[in-house]
Ligand binder design. Structure first.
Ligand code: NDP
Length: 450
């Protein structure tokens, strides 16, 4: 067994019940091993062994009362993985699937993503197995207050700055910020994704989706293509998917599919801003199901499967695929169908939305593939810009933030090309992993054994 395999096996044994974390560690280690092996400095410092252990994991009880007055108990987490290059930073996820292994994967991935943004942010993630779906606003508020009633001890504007993720949007950030402010009696930038009138950054809601599409533009430009008139399939119908769709439409692309966790809608004519506005109303205001899209646009086809299954079953031609829903949503079989149907570019809006087999197929077939830590880094980058504006006590305009976001996505793209180019093909997975790793590893060594 090679030294690399021994290393991965040891991580597997130590974290046996955490498959997503192991999948993520394996991908990073595969990419950076040669760089690590060829450096006496990295080996002597055992930098990879140090990297795969979180600095701190906090697990806590969240007790709250529902509208009927019944007591409910959930579990809260914060994984503070690595703070070598800045305060811990990463989202909070409220979803019944949340458990330690999932959050360790997301926090580990966040280390390299944050490093790529060029901003000073360490890697973290947190959340709870609480499901906001079907809860009243008052129930969500009581839960968020109870959650922050413990989390506040462990975070702060120079320590750890959480943000939103699945199940945590502007409403939840608002409730948590209110509680933090009350307990600490201070108004500081302790959370990002805040409302625009109380410390939030313009463009933050749009940033992950917009940044994803800016990254796709950079990938396409390098091979002499663009998004105009290209057919685009997007999975998800949440924050990332909505604003990715908006930017694709603005750039002349044709978005023909969206989905939620229940069904996919296919609109062969393509969405326009009115149709997208309707999706936003259904998902953000009514908190309903995407299938309600066909109530207003009856010619649309609705199928109770995810986008990638539907493409395989119906042989739908797609130029660009943007998985923006959840981890491991796109598997090997569905990736084969995407390739067969002419897809030449896949970029991850979600975190690790492709299985390892799916990623290997894209790389083998030399399909352009932007992994999440590069392609969806626009969200956390703009959170970083929100932190800067909070420190300055100043707000940049929409145009200023958008301009900085574009520049950051370009810089991430440049780093991927620098470390991932091989025989005329850019391996963005390798490029992103090596670039993200080098900055963090060097910082860890410069700070000594701690
Ligand atoms: P949201 O909760 O706003 O949206 C998630 C969407 O995905 C929902 O429409 C949901 O459906 C759908 N979905 C969830 N699971 C499945 C599934 N198994 N099959 C099909 N659809 C599914 O989350 P975000 O848009 O914020 O996040 C999406 C992804 O992007 C996550 O991986 C997140 O970690 C990542 N990400 C988000 C960032 C951000 O700024 N928001 C930043 C970087 C990464 P339903 O409505 O039915 O629940």
């Amino acid at each position: 067994m090679s030294e690399k395999e021994k290393f991965i096996k040891a991580v597997e044994e130590k974290n046996a019940d955490q498959p997503e974390f192991i999948q993520c560690v394996r991908e990073i280690v595969e990419s950076v091993w040669d760089v690590y092996e060829s450096s006496d400095k990295f080996k002597k410092a055992r930098v990879l062994d140090l990297l795969v252990e979180p600095e701190r994991v906090i697990i806590f009880k969240v007790a709250w009362q529902d509208d009927a007055g019944d007591v409910c108990v959930n579990r809260g987490y914060r994984v503070q993985f690595n703070s070598a290059i800045g305060p811990f930073k990463g989202g909070l996820r409220f979803h019944p699937s949340v458990k330690l292994g999932l959050l360790k994967f997301l926090a580990f991935e966040q280390i390299f993503k944050n490093s790529l943004t060029t901003l000073p942010m360490g890697g973290a993630k947190g959340g709870s197995d609480f499901d906001p779906k079907g809860k009243s606003d008052n129930e969500v508020m009581r839960f968020c207050h109870a959650f922050m009633g413990e989390l506040y001890r462990h975070i702060g504007p120079n320590t750890d700055v959480p943000a939103g993720d699945i199940g945590v949007g502007a409403r939840e950030i608002g409730y948590m910020f209110g509680k933090y402010k009350k307990i600490k009696n201070e108004f500081t930038g302790v959370l990002t994704g805040k409302g625009a009138t109380w410390g939030g950054s313009l463009i933050r809601p749009e940033a992950t989706g917009y940044g994803l599409v800016y990254f796709v533009q950079d990938m396409l430009e390098l091979v002499g293509k663009d998004l105009k008139d290209k057919t685009v399939a997007i999975s998800g119908a949440g924050n990332v998917a909505q604003y990715a769709a908006e930017k694709v439409i603005q750039l002349g692309g044709k978005v023909i599919m969206l989905c939620d966790s229940h069904s996919t809608v296919i609109d062969e004519i393509g969405l326009d801003s009115d149709k997208l506005g309707h999706v936003m109303h259904i998902k953000n205001v009514k908190r309903g199901r995407i299938k309600e899209y066909s109530d207003k646009y009856p010619s649309v086809c609705v199928i109770g499967k995810n986008v990638w299954e539907v493409i395989k079953e119906k042989n739908i031609k797609v130029d660009v695929a943007l998985p923006c829903a959840t981890q491991n949503e796109l598997d090997g079989e569905n990736t084969k169908a995407l390739i067969k149907n002419g897809c030449f570019c896949v970029a991850a809006g979600a975190n690790m939305p492709l299985t390892s087999e799916a990623v290997a197929l894209l790389r083998k077939n030399k399909i352009l593939y932007g992994p999440g830590k590069a392609a969806n880094a626009g969200g956390v980058a703009t959170s970083g810009l929100e932190m800067t504006q909070n420190s300055l006590r100043f707000n940049w305009t929409r145009e200023e933030v958008d301009g900085k976001l574009k520049e950051i996505m370009k810089s991430i793209h440049r780093q991927c090309v620098q470390y991932g180019s091989e025989d005329g093909y850019v391996d963005y997975v390798k490029g992103a992993n090596i670039a993200g790793f080098l900055k963090v590893a060097n910082a860890m060594i410069e700070q000594g054994v701690c």
